[in-house]
Design a protein around this ligand. Structure first.
Ligand SMILES: [Zn+2]
Length: 127
């Protein structure tokens, strides 16, 4: 059941992103993860996606990343793109429900790029 959802969403997200950006970007692997610390979420490993694409199409990409989280039953604290350091290549999109230990690390960072390899799309700050 879960695998069917992952398969369906991998294909759907890739197709919508291609239509939006107008290039054959690939979602080569869609993973759900759980970490020993308590963080969990989704990773979409990308090929052909550029940092510029995210900046230009951010408003159109946001509903797609929200839809993915909802479809897979994930409530991410943070959604971000991981860049290949020193390049404009987007290696992956990440949806992460932060554990109490990891939350401060993300909350400390300010702005869209708290680290040179991270581009923040959504951050749900705790009150
Ligand atoms: Zn954690």
């Amino acid at each position: 059941m879960i695998l069917e959802e992952i398969l369906k969403n991998r294909a759907g997200f890739e197709e919508k992103l291609r239509k939006l950006i107008g290039r054959p970007v690939l979602l080569i692997e869609l993973d759900m993860f759980a970490l020993p610390c308590g963080c969990s979420g989704i990773t979409a490993n990308m090929r052909g996606l550029e940092f510029d694409d995210l900046e230009v199409f951010e408003q159109q990409v946001l509903p797609l990343v929200k839809e993915m989280a909802e479809n897979l039953g994930v409530k991410p604290t943070v959604t971000f793109a991981r860049l290949v350091p020193g390049s404009s290549i987007v290696a992956s999109l990440n949806w992460r429900t932060l554990c109490p230990r990891c939350y401060p690390e993300f909350a400390r960072g300010a702005g869209k790029m708290p680290r040179p390899d991270l581009y923040m799309l959504v951050f749900e700050r705790r009150k």
